[in-house]
Design a protein around this ligand. Structure first.
Ligand code: SAM
Length: 289
């Protein structure tokens, strides 16, 4: 596998992360008669989450946005150099030692501190030591995911892995014109002109309960209207079907789009019974192949 086919994993974890879908999206973009992302294209990602898709596929120019201010602040801190790979290595080593000696009690101390001060480094520590690497905020905007019960989490190898993920991201950003903004998708899609390519990965309806990350039919319809009005090419990630049902919105709202599907597993829950096999769909407003 050469470096252009490798999937680079970003430093933040998030539920619904599309790492496994990157090769499928890459393939879809590369299909004959399909889309070329050139140096004049602006990659626009209104729901960046962990950033894994854009980090692997975006061109020189990109706008990454998300409603979650902590995700955006984290990536901006890497961009400006307020947080470096060396800072991450040092902080994770130090916090890892405290977590190993004080366990749960220390985790909740960091969580309280983060909810007061909003430090990007604490956000990373929580993201990597909380239950299942989830990102969830309550209605006051406070991070409320419980402890992951892995006091030895920040082993030397693990700290090196996360530091390398940060380093790769920082290296990418240095040579590119990438901006990170905290705003809702309507404002991000408005920024697209006809040379833009919009990749949308909204939350799935009814799937999460989170202050920054909930989704309902009204929002799905609003997204549809924004994308239909836009002059840009777009690609939307959604689910096509699972064992029990078809996604009803594909026909109801996205019927005019070209659809391609792929299967993969989501590992959201720790238990086998929670692992739902979902067939993913990519919906586009241009002809793929
Ligand atoms: C499914 S996740 C994106 C995952 C991402 N593609 C990845 O692979 O990591 C959806 C993201 O949309 C964000 N979000 C939810 N509602 C939003 C809105 N109205 N406008 C912008 N972002 C929103 C959430 O904070 C979350 O990060």
């Amino acid at each position: 596998m050469n470096d252009t086919q490798k999937v680079h994993i970003p430093p933040l974890k998030i539920q619904g992360i599309k790492s496994k879908l990157v090769p499928f999206i890459r393939q879809n973009l590369a299909r004959e008669n399909s889309v070329t992302i050139t140096s004049t294209t602006t990659w626009i990602e209104p729901f960046m989450g962990s950033g894994v898709v854009g980090l692997n596929l975006a061109a020189e120019n990109a706008i990454f946005a998300d409603l979650n201010p902590h995700i955006v602040a984290f990536y901006n801190a890497l961009k400006t150099g307020d947080v470096t790979a060396a800072d991450v290595a040092l902080y994770l080593r130090e916090q890892g030692a405290l977590l190993a000696s004080h366990g749960e009690e220390y985790y909740y101390h960091v969580r309280e501190k983060f909810n007061r001060e909003h430090s990007p480094l604490d956000f990373l520590v929580l993201n990597r030591s909380c239950f299942n690497g989830m990102i969830r905020f309550n209605k006051n905007g406070d991070f409320n995911v419980p402890y992951g019960h892995k006091p030895e989490r920040f082993s030397k190898a693990y700290v090196t892995k996360v530091t390398n993920q940060v380093r790769h991201f920082v290296d990418m950003i240095k040579n590119r014109n990438w901006i990170f903004i905290c705003q809702s998708f309507e404002d991000t899609i408005k920024m697209a002109d006809e040379r833009a390519f919009i990749y949308c990965d909204p939350p799935y309806i009814g799937r999460h309960v989170d202050y920054f990350d909930s989704w309902n039919e009204r929002q799905e319809r609003a997204l549809n209207q924004c994308l239909v009005k836009s002059r840009a090419r777009f690609m939307l990630s959604t689910w096509d079907h699972n064992k029990y049902r078809q996604n009803p919105y594909i026909d109801a709202l996205w019927g005019a789009c070209e659809k391609t599907t792929a299967s993969h597993f989501y590992f959201v829950g720790a238990k086998e019974a929670n692992r739902n096999s979902v067939t993913e769909a990519l919906l586009t407003n241009y002809l793929a192949g």
